[in-house]
Design a protein around this ligand. Sequence first.
Ligand code: UDP
Length: 345
Amino acid sequence: MKKTVLVTGGAGYIGSHMVKLLLEKGHRVVVFDNLSRGFADAVLCPDLVVGDLLNPAAINDVFSRFQVDVVMHFAALAYVGESMQHPREYYYNNVAGSMNLLNAMLDHGIDKFVFSSTCATYGVPEKMPITEAEAQRPINPYGQSKLMVERILADYAQAYGMNSIALRYFNAAGCDPDGRLGERHDPETHLIPLVLEEAQRVIQGGNPAATGLEVFGTDFDTADGSCVRDYIHVTDLCAAHLAAMDRLLDTPETGAEAYNLGNGNGFSVLDVIDVCRRVTGVGINYRASARRPGDPAVLIGSADKALDILGWEPRYTDLEEIVASAWLWMNGVSAQQEKAEELLA
Ligand code: UDP
C-alpha cells in the first residue's frame, strides 16, 4: 500500500538513491535535508524541505504538514577521519539531531523508524565476519555517535513503543545503475570515487607518475598490508531499507532491531585499485601513506540475519560490477559537464 515516507538526508548519496526507489515503488516521499553535504538536484521527489534537524521547530513543522507513516533517517555527518578531528560536530549533529527527530516523532504519534547505522559501531571486532552479536566498541566519534542513537532507540522502544530497525552498513559503494544518481561528496574522501577520479585524471592527459591517490596504511596485519573492507552496492542498501519498512509495517511491536548489511567479502585497498584498473583500463598509480586515525584493519560483515529475517539478498556481489556502476555515472557526469561548457563557450 502507498505510504508517506520522510527521508532525512534525501539529498545525500544513499538517501537520494532511496528516494528514487521509494518513488519507483509508488510511495509518497518527503525529503528533509539541510543541504550541507547533499545536492538539491539529486532529490527526485517534489517535496524537498530544506531545514536542519538541530532546529526542533523545523522538523516538528514537517510532521504537522505531512501525514508521515515511516521515517528513514540518513541525515548525518559520516566521515571517520573528520570525526576524529571534529568530534564536537559529530556528536552534536548525529546525536542531538537524531533526538530532535525522534522526539518530534513521539509528539506526532509516529512510531516507525529506519536508521542508517554503521559497521563502525563494532570498532575492532574479535570475530570475522562480524555478526550482530559482536560487542559494539567504536574507535572513532562517528561510530560512537551512531551507537548512541542505537542505544536511544532501544530505550525509546521500551519506554514509548518506538519501533525501529537500525541498518549497520559496511562500505556503501557504486551508483544508480540507470546512471541518474551517483556518489557525490564535497570534499570526496571515499576510496572508490577517489581511485576513479585518478583514472579520469590520467585519461585527461595527467601524468600517471604524479598521482594524488594515497593508500592510508600499508603495514596492517592483512595479506597485502592495506585495510580490508566489505563493499556493498547502494541499490542493495536501499532494497534493505524497503524490506525494513515492510517489516515495521507488517509486524506490530517490532521493538528496536539491528541488522548488518554487507556482502561478506573482504577487499583490500590494493584489491580495489586493481579492480578499478581493470574496469577503467587505466594504469592507476598510488602513494603509500600513513594510516588514517580511526581505521580498523579489517571489517567484513555477515548479513545472515538480514537474509533470514528481512528476506534481503544483495544483487551486486561482484566488486567489478559495483565499480563499473560508479564509473558509468562519473563518465556520464563529465560528459554532461563538457557539453555544458561547450554550450557556454
Ligand atoms: N582509503 C585510502 N585512501 C583514500 C581513501 C580511503 O587508502 O584516499 C582507505 C581507508 O583508509 C579505508 C578504506 O580505504 O581503509 C575505505 O575508506 P572509505 O573512506 O572509502 O570508507 P570508510 O571505511 O571510512 O567508511
